[in-house]
Design a protein around this ligand. Structure first.
Ligand code: GLC
Length: 423
């Protein structure tokens, strides 16, 4: 597995894959028309470097429809910006787009991605909540490819030595982060707290884990004005104020926070499961010393946000039939297994979560499945990008101590209502 350093990234990198020699058999598809031919697949940064090699499997069996991987930045927001700019100008440069689950509605409402035929994909074999992230106004606009749910990674070696169980509530997390972490020279807790989609995710998880919500329906009902939202935001803001969340964590995205944990600088980390695999790998100083549990909440286990990505066909795709076939290939059970074993990403196929061999290799699969099944989806707002910008900005101010949790909730209520009014 190739763990990429974020430093040299950020620019658009096009990786042209070798199409190779057809070793066995012929392409499964018969007729060749205009709808068939070479493809591009645009994706956010491939943090585990698995996708290029995985696409070689397709290229070997589809020599007339080779796929070129276009890798965009790691940050969800920058990738969104680059995809949106391209789709808005209808260049047809991207045939298949690996889009964040949070964007399906926006891209569908804007006419940037084409509806797909449901019968062409085995949607019944997927975990149920993921299928919903791929539909908009009753139509299928994408096919689930990867799912995700936040988990709490912790230093098992330290908790075992102290004879304590991993935290199930915020009170337990706060206590352990503020008393044990300093004793071992560590920072207490971190998540993804730089202002970008990752902070929105962490904020939504905190509010839901206190029993509140931010928006309901398709994003038109603003429900954030509650004691629960003040508690959720208060939990994150208090962490920074009291020092069990380090100031530095206000600059973390997924990768920075994963590195802090695997370099042995953190007691607790909220991240996606890929970070567990990275922190168990050869580059990690804490391999063999970690565990993963559900996110803690106010009164018991909390709620994750449903993450992941869906594969969509661009509205101006040059070769839509080949594009749909590539999507069927990438969501087949065989390739989905590799998404987990090679990419460290949670597959969408339900059966893989019951596979004893995979459970042995990825001990967090049971916790992950439970977290996905109870996760909070992001609202299906056509203006989701605006919603997220508001949440990020307000949360960052609250965590940096520039605004009280109560004032932050009032501001969220006001600014989210202004976004919802655009419908
Ligand atoms: C992960 C999730 C995605 C989320 C993003 C936030 O990539 O899969 O859904 O929006 O992180 O940074």
């Amino acid at each position: 597995m190739r763990w990429i350093h974020a430093a040299g990234r950020g620019l658009l990198v096009a990786v042209v894959l070798l199409t190779g020699y057809v070793a066995s058999g012929v392409p499964a598809d018969g007729a060749r028309g205009e709808a068939r031919g070479p493809l591009t697949l645009a994706t956010a940064g491939d943090l585990t470097g698995y996708l290029g090699p995985l696409l070689e499997g397709w290229n070997r069996t589809h020599p007339d429809e080779p796929v070129t991987l276009v890798e965009l930045p790691d940050s969800a927001d920058e990738t969104h910006e680059q995809m949106a700019t391209d789709l808005r100008s209808a260049t047809g440069r991207f045939d298949v787009l690996n889009i964040d689950v949070a964007w399906t509605s926006e891209f569908a409402a804007a006419g940037w991605i084409a509806p797909l035929e449901r019968d062409r994909f085995p949607l019944d074999s997927f975990l149920p909540p993921v299928v919903d992230t791929a539909t908009y106004q009753g139509k299928l606009y994408a096919v689930p490819y990867v799912t995700n749910a936040g988990m709490l990674l912790y230093r098992k070696d330290i908790l075992d030595r102290e004879g304590v169980r991993p935290p199930r509530t915020w009170a337990e997390l706060e206590r352990q982060a503020s008393t044990l972490a300093p004793k071992y020279g560590l920072d207490g807790y971190a998540g993804q707290f730089l202002p970008y989609e990752g902070l929105t995710v962490n904020a939504v998880e905190a509010v839901h884990s206190a029993g509140g919500t931010i928006l309901e329906g398709e994003g038109e009902r603003v429900t954030v004005n509650s004691a629960a939202a003040r508690e959720g935001i208060g939990f994150l803001a208090r962490g920074v104020r009291d020092g069990w969340i380090a100031q530095e964590a206000l600059t973390y995205k997924e990768e920075e926070s994963r590195r802090a944990f695997q370099d042995g600088r953190l007691l607790f980390l909220r991240n996606w499961p890929y970070a567990y695999v990275g922190a168990s790998g050869p580059d990690s100083k804490v391999a063999g010393k970690i565990g993963a549990v559900s996110l803690p909440g106010r009164d018991g286990p909390g709620t994750s946000v449903l993450g992941g990505s869906n594969l969509a066909v661009g509205a101006h795709a040059r070769h839509p039939d080949s594009a749909a076939d590539l999507i069927a290939y990438l969501t087949s059970e065989r390739v989905q297994r590799q998404v987990l074993t090679k990419g460290a990403l949670p597959p969408v196929r339900a059966a893989l979560y019951q596979d004893p061999e995979l459970i042995r290799r990825f001990p967090y699969l049971g916790t992950l499945r439970a977290s996905v099944l109870t996760a909070a989806p992001r609202p299906k707002s056509p203006h989701y990008d605006q919603v997220s910008l508001v949440v990020q900005a307000v949360l960052h101010d609250a965590m940096a101590g520039r605004q009280t949790p109560a004032a932050a909730v009032r501001r969220l209520d006001r600014e989210l209502a202004a976004v919802a009014d655009r419908d």
